[in-house]
Design a protein around this ligand. Structure first.
Ligand code: NAG
Length: 315
């Protein structure tokens, strides 16, 4: 195909989650609510961890990083979707679309890597408790937080550069609520073999590495916990991992549920449900899983609320 024959597309149309007019209001309220809950919940975690020096341990710093990635992740797709519903417009410019795709990849990949890093942290804490302080030096922690950001940008850049080569000629309608990579590839009239291959290879390694890390960490953690003789000790060790395990189960449960058991669902619906779960639901529930189960964070938040100078509007 020669580029000269193509009309270059300057904008795409995002069809959103539903085409029914009467459902738009419900979707707007629902997603606005989820967005506000996500920003508030994760924001509180970042605030609590940032302000309380008692929480400046690797585990909480990784958690704060996860919260930051969560806020960023939901902010790539939902605000634009809300604006489009409100203005009854479906358009998104070519540049915005590519930018949206880039950052949605970055933050989902970061989430994935951070879950792996957090598993490694718990692994060291429970399986090598005596060496924890010597292993988790500030330098290693910094590396473990910077690496996910660097790797995810490399992954997103690779996909984006490969996508920029593609031509879009037949249409510009994306049956999705944001510019996700898969529906964009489907829309292109160029040969997307390399792109799909990359998506598969990179996607698989991005998911497998952290998952393997998490899996082996937990094998060792379960062994270590079973060796503890007192029930109280067992429970204490388990509860420091429980919140992480819940996020992991949610995250990978989503992957397995959506991609391995699509059963009767239409492939497009599977894509959309997966995207809603990854970019909206997971970031939203992460802070609740942590703060509901975590005494330290709850304690800090309570302190913050009780401190009068912190909130001048409170009596
Ligand atoms: C992310 O982690 C690094 C080091 O582990 C820490 O210095 C930084 O404050 C964290 N980011 C946030 C938003 O807490």
């Amino acid at each position: 195909m020669r580029p000269g024959n193509q009309t270059t597309i300057s904008e795409f149309l995002l069809l959103g989650l539903s085409s029914q007019a009467e459902q738009q209001k419900i979707l707007f309220v629902l997603f606005l609510g989820m967005y506000l809950i996500t920003v508030a919940g994760n924001g509180l975690i970042i605030l609590a961890i940032g302000l309380d020096s008692y929480l400046h341990t690797p585990m909480y710093l990784f958690l704060a990083n996860l919260s930051l990635a969560d806020i960023s992740s939901i902010s790539t797709s939902v605000p634009k979707m809300l604006v489009n519903i409100q203005t009854k417009s479906q358009s998104i410019s070519y540049g915005s679309c590519i930018t949206q795709m880039y950052f949605s990849i970055v933050f989902v990949v970061i989430d994935n890597f951070l879950l792996g890093v957090m598993a490694y942290d718990r692994f060291v804490a429970i399986c090598h408790p005596l060496n924890y302080v010597t292993i988790m030096q500030p330098r290693l922690c910094a590396l473990l937080t910077i690496l996910p950001w660097v790797l995810s940008n490399i992954v997103a850049l690779t996909h984006t550069l490969l996508l920029l080569r593609l031509l879009f000629c037949d249409g510009n309608t994306i049956p999705h609520f944001f510019c996700d990579l898969a529906p964009l590839l489907k829309l292109s009239c160029s040969d997307t073999m390399i792109n799909e291959l990359m998506l598969f290879v990179v996607g698989l390694s991005v998911i497998t590495f952290p998952f393997a890390l998490i899996f082996f960490s937990y094998v060792c953690i379960v062994r270590a916990v079973l060796k503890i003789s007192s029930t109280e000790g067992k429970w204490k060790a388990f509860s420091t991992c429980a919140s992480h395990l819940m996020v992991v189960l949610l995250f990978y449960g989503t992957i397995v549920g959506v991609y391995f058991f699509p059963s009767a669902m239409h492939p497009e619906d599977t894509n959309k449900i997966g995207a809603v779960l990854f970019t909206v639901v997971t970031p939203m529930v992460n802070p609740f899983i942590y703060s509901l189960r975590n005494k330290d964070i709850k304690g800090t938040l309570r302190k913050l609320v009780n401190r009068k100078s912190f909130c001048p509007l409170m009596p």
